[in-house]
Ligand binder design. Structure first.
Ligand code: AMP
Ligand code: MG
Length: 285
């Protein structure tokens, strides 16, 4: 908790968890659910909690080195400008890069197109002891693929079940899955796209097709709604994160990740050598 009673008054994992109450079209993307405090407090908190995340991640990594097969997978899904890249930089940026298996999913390559949609996802899964981060994911195959009619409806409709089975197997094999749906308002997206056009250092992020996607906003909202309704499970829960305020979305995902790591009940691994004997050997060397 922060100063003056400010901070998280309801855990992010509770207040952001997807459920029947979540109506994407009605979400207050400017809200800060569960949290009282301003950007300044949020920024301080991000640093403090980043140090906690870093220790937990190092413990997972250390255990992985000694045969622990568990991993954590953060899935970030959101429209352009929702802040996925910044999320990776500011939240995942707190941990040692060698423990991170990061993958950004773009338009499938010709080779990827020849395979089942989960083929490229299997190849990108976190190794034992790693924190996996997906910037976009297999959910594109029920979002853009649906809205843009890239495949027939019969094909994308059966993907929800395929995804649920896939994630269930993954969780059963020791991967803790945290799925974050990031939402900005149509206005905030316009503002962020305008900035990409105005600033020389942001031009590279601008894609003319992003403007075309804006015309399909209601279709995307419906696709996101169905995604949440059909693929929110106990073993692979969705969290709905308002992202108009970047500082809030970042502390929220920070908490969700810390929570996932804490659920692993990690400790520093026992050495597989005799400490006293090694001290003696070192002394004599
Ligand atoms: P960005 O994240 O801005 O680099 O853009 C990546 C682009 O790849 C977005 O326009 C996504 O919609 C698109 N994309 C990602 N996965 C798929 C997919 N499975 N099918 C079609 N387009 C995709
Ligand atoms: Mg883009």
């Amino acid at each position: 908790m922060g100063n003056n009673g400010d901070g998280w008054h309801t855990p992010a994992r509770e207040v952001l968890r997807a459920g029947p109450h979540n109506q994407v079209a009605e979400l207050d993307t400017n809200g800060t659910p569960g949290f009282s405090g301003d950007k300044e407090l949020g920024t301080t908190l991000l640093e403090e909690r980043g140090a906690v995340l870093s220790d937990l991640q190092e413990m997972l990594f250390a255990n992985g080195r000694l045969g622990d097969e568990r991993s954590v997978l953060l899935i970030l899904q959101g429209m352009d400008t929702a802040g996925k890249g910044g999320m990776v930089r500011s939240v995942i940026g707190h941990v040692d890069p060698q423990g991170v298996d990061h993958k950004a999913f773009g338009v499938p390559t010709p080779e990827e197109k020849r395979h089942h949609f989960l083929w490229r996802v299997h190849k990108a899964l976190p190794r034992d002891g790693q924190l996996g981060v997906f910037d976009r994911s297999h959910y594109e195959d029920v979002l853009v693929a649906r809205v843009r009619n890239l495949v027939p409806e019969t094909v994308w409709r059966r993907r929800y079940d395929e995804i649920n089975r896939f994630e269930s197997d993954l969780a059963g094999n020791g991967t803790t899955i945290v799925k974050v749906a990031m939402f900005v308002s149509l206005d905030e997206q316009k503002h962020r796209l305008a900035e990409r056009l105005e600033r020389r250092d942001k031009h590279w992020k601008y894609n003319p097709s992003d403007v075309d996607e804006r015309a399909l906003w209601p279709e995307y909202q419906q696709a996101y709604q169905d995604m949440l309704d059909k693929t929110d499970t106990e073993h692979a829960p969705w969290y709905v994160v308002p992202c108009d305020r970047k500082w809030y979305s970042r502390i929220a995902v920070m908490e969700l990740l810390i929570d996932a790591f804490e659920g692993l009940d990690l400790d520093w691994p026992e050495p597989n050598f005799d400490i006293e004997a090694e001290k003696r050997r070192l002394e004599e060397s």
